[in-house]
Design a protein around this ligand. Structure first.
Ligand code: CP
Length: 308
């Protein structure tokens, strides 16, 4: 079995079979990560460069750990400390790096479509680590892995994605993935943060009522308000956002059922999630981060071992 695609640019391009293969492979790597010796030789002699043109904590460390656990040689690139700040283009930067014999590129960029552009111009396999407001495919995969681990399946599960849907690459990757795998999806947030016609475009539900959405769902994947991507005022204040769409302990208790709480991080505590929710037993936020390493190992392994 192998992936149908040479790059991982987005969940949009994956088949349900690709997603199942990645999740099954990640299960095997998760088992490897529980062993005293967590390293396997699968990517020995493979060189991976991590190109981060935008800030990251979880994704960057997770990819680097995944590469090291697979015995790859890794090189890290930070745009602010590079010749990009002297005006070098993306293509020149990457071609110069590739001339040093790099096999795979992990890239995060603030421009939607940047990894797709590179994929058309360079021979190395590219993994999108988040492009603008487009996709964050490994986040979608690790979220799916975490739901499956917690609830046993994706098919038939009711997943609510709550908050800033408009600016969220995490939302887009989650929606593509959950629909391909047979889950039901509702997006919930202020009307100004939900794209028009999203129901028809993706075959999902839209709700502006947080309590009703939480009553409906098995899982609430709560998103960060992305103030850095909003160039206009889309809600009156963070305080009012929290009153209407923030998840508090008392709100969860009023549901009389236990739902799973997820968040891709970084969390704005006291805005989209109160601390006693984020840190509660219902929250699997740190399991998501843990699972990210196994999922990224699976993606790296499957792309590196793909026969062209
Ligand atoms: N979830 C996520 O992408 O976090 P980082 O921005 O810290 O990588």
């Amino acid at each position: 079995m192998q992936l149908s695609t040479r790059h991982l640019l987005g969940i949009k391009d994956l088949t349900a079979g690709d997603i199942s293969l990645i999740l099954q492979t990640a299960e095997q790597f998760k088992e490897v990560l529980q062993r005293p010796v967590k390293k396997v030789p699968s990517l020995r002699d493979i060189v991976v460069v991590n190109l981060f043109f935008e800030n990251s904590t979880r994704t960057r460390i997770s990819f680097e750990l995944a590469e090291k656990r697979l015995s790859a040689d890794t090189v890290n690139f930070t745009a602010s400390a590079s010749s990009v700040s002297k005006g070098e283009t993306l293509l020149d930067t990457v071609n110069n790096i590739l001339s040093m014999k790099v096999d795979m590129v992990v890239m995060r960029h603030s421009a939607s479509g940047a990894p797709h552009f590179l994929a058309q111009h360079i021979p190395a396999a590219i993994i999108n680590a988040g492009d603008g407001i487009n996709e964050h495919p490994t986040q979608g995969l690790l979220d799916a892995f975490s739901i499956r681990e917690k609830l046993g399946a994706l098919e038939g599960k009711k997943v609510a994605i709550i908050g800033d849907i408009m600016h969220s690459r995490v939302a887009q990757s989650n929606i593509y993935l959950l629909k391909k795998m047979g889950a039901e999806v509702t997006v919930c947030g202020p009307p100004t943060l939900i794209p028009r016609h999203i129901e028809e475009a993706f075959g999902i539900n839209v709700s502006y009522d947080l309590k009703e959405t939480l009553q409906w769902c098995d899982v609430a994947n709560v998103l960060r308000i992305q103030l850095e991507r909003q160039n206009q005022v889309l809600f009156s204040s963070l305080r009012e956002y929290n009153l209407a769409y923030g998840i508090s302990r008392s709100l969860l208790d009023s549901l009389h059922k236990e739902i799973v709480i997820m968040h891709p991080g970084p969390i704005n505590r006291g805005v989209e999630l109160d601390s006693d929710v984020a840190d509660s037993k219902q929250s699997i936020i740190l399991q998501q981060v843990e699972n990210g390493v196994a999922v990224r190992m699976a993606v790296l392994y499957l792309l590196a071992n793909r026969n062209n």
